[in-house]
Write a protein that binds this ligand. Sequence first.
Ligand code: SAM
Length: 196
Amino acid sequence: VERKNQTLPTILEMNRLLVRGAVQSGGTVVDATAGNGHDTVFLADLVGEGGQVYAFDIQETALRTTRDRLEKEGFQDRTTLIHDSHSHMATHVPIVVHGQVQAVLFNLGYLPRGDKSLTTQPETTLAGLEVGLDLLAPGGIISLVLYVGHPGGQDEAEAVIRWSQALDPRQYHTFRYELINHPTHPPFLILIEKRR
Ligand SMILES: C[S@@+](CC[C@H](N)C(=O)[O-])C[C@H]1O[C@@H](n2cnc3c(N)ncnc32)[C@H](O)[C@@H]1O
């Protein structure tokens, strides 16, 4: 990536860099929070023609925006959009690929340019994370972009941190990437790898 003003990757760049390293062409991945579809398009590009992206959102309007974006890129055939909570992921992702998913992305918070009061919630996020672990292939990753600036964001982030710190280190490795000297509260990144 070319950067004008900085050398180190931003949170979103770092996320993509690390996800890219976990996903192979032809792979299966999950976008747990489709939102405006930016990550869904990124993932669809990454898995290529033979791959499949399962993208979830609880808001119809988010899925519409995501669908438009995918159609513009010609990525419809390699994506499945699901209007349900990511806590129900396992019932929508085909059983044959359980244990083979290379990446599950969570971008928490509210839909940008949408209803700011409709945010991800700790209970469903943690349920989605538990299911996400079951879906992962050995070497597969869960990535989380966490925001603390909106109401409820801090509590959710703390719940996710507690949950990920309690994962058995013999089975999982958890990493964090964060800008720690900024006066506002920028998002930060948590990555969990299912060990081979
Ligand atoms: C920060 S946005 C995602 C942005 C997206 N990654 C993008 O590239 O545009 C968070 C999204 O999560 C969705 N969401 C909230 N709770 C959810 C749940 N339980 N299951 C699935 N999606 C959920 C919201 O509707 C919102 O669209």
